[in-house]
Design a protein around this ligand. Structure first.
Ligand SMILES: [Zn+2]
Length: 247
C-alpha cells in the first residue's frame, strides 16, 4: 500500500509531521526521536480492505505502541454500542475477532453496555476515549497543517454520540467552514482544490472539506477556528462526533 506523505518537508519543516526514512524525524506526540511511522487514523478504526494511500506521520516506538490498548478499547466500545442501538447493524469482523482474543475487554464491554427490555444503558472510560481522540486530532492537524502541540493544556475537546444530538447540532457540526486564513505554504491543504474566488468581488475564500477516509468508518476535517487556532472534527463509525480545538 502506498503511503500518503505530507509534502513540503525538506529543510527541517515537517520534522514532526512527515515520515521520511532517509532523514531524522521527531515523534509527533512526544517530540522524542521517531523510529517508526504511524497511520492516521490508526487502522483500529478501519476495516479491511484498508483504503489506499493512508496518511503516515513519524512516531517513537513507545507512542506508536502505547496507544494500541486504548484504541482497541475505543474501537470495540463504539462498534458494540452502535450494534446495541441500531437494529440491522452488526459489529465488524475486526471487532468480533478482537473480542474473541481479548476476554478482559469483552468482560469490560459486557459491564459497560447493557441492553434490558430494549433499553440500552452504557457507560465508558472517558479518560481512555479522550486520550485517543486527542491523539487522532494531533495526527490530522500535524499531517494536514504541519501543526504540532506537546502541551495538552491548550486543548479543548467536545464530543457526543449522534443519537444524543439534535438535527441542529448535527448541521452545525457538518458545516464546511469558510476561512480567510490561509494555511502555510507547503502544507498539504494548499494543494487541495478548496480556494474559491468570488467572481463579483474578486475575494478569495478557503473551504475545508471533509476527508472521507473510509465510508461509515471514519472521516475528519481540519480547519481554523474563530480564535485562529486549529479545529479538528472527527466522526467515527458515524456514531461518535468529536471536535478538538488547539488554541
Ligand atoms: Zn513519542
Amino acid at each position: 500500500m502506498e503511503q500518503r506523505k505530507r509534502p513540503g518537508c525538506s529543510d527541517g519543516l515537517g520534522y514532526y509531521t512527515s515520515w521520511d526514512k532517509s532523514k531524522e524525524n521527531g515523534c509527533i506526540y512526544c517530540g522524542k526521536p521517531a523510529t517508526t511511522r504511524e497511520h492516521v487514523p490508526s487502522k483500529a478504526f478501519l476495516i479491511e480492505p484498508y483504503p489506499d494511500n493512508l496518511a503516515t506521520i513519524p512516531a517513537c516506538f513507545e507512542c506508536n505502541n502505547g496507544f494500541s490498548n486504548d484504541e482497541e478499547y475505543v474501537a470495540c466500545f463504539l462498534d458494540v454500542l452502535k450494534e446495541s442501538i441500531y437494529r440491522g447493524y452488526s459489529r465488524s469482523l475486526a471487532t468480533t475477532q478482537r473480542l474473541e482474543k481479548n476476554a478482559n475487554l469483552k468482560m469490560l464491554l459486557d459491564e459497560q453496555i447493557k441492553v434490558t427490555n430494549g433499553t440500552v444503558q452504557y457507560t465508558f472510560d472517558e479518560k481512555r476515549l479522550c486520550r485517543i481522540l486527542i491523539k487522532l486530532a494531533k495526527g490530522h492537524a500535524g499531517f494536514e497543517l504541519d501543526y504540532i502541540s506537546f502541551d495538552d493544556s491548550d486543548i479543548q475537546i467536545d464530543y457526543d454520540f449522534v443519537f444524543n444530538m439534535s438535527e441542529a447540532d448535527i448541521d452545525r457540526f457538518e458545516e464546511i467552514p469558510q476561512t480567510n486564513l490561509f494555511p502555510e505554504v507547503g502544507s498539504r491543504s494548499c494543494m487541495t482544490p478548496y480556494i474559491v474566488q468570488n467572481i463579483s468581488t474578486g475575494e478569495s475564500a478557503a473551504f475545508m472539506f471533509w476527508n472521507e477516509v473510509q465510508d461509515n468508518q471514519y472521516r475528519y476535517q481540519v480547519s481554523y477556528n474563530s480564535s485562529g487556532g486549529i479545529c479538528v472534527k472527527i466522526v467515527i463509525f458515524e456514531l461518535l462526533y468529536c471536535r478538538v480545538d488547539f488554541d
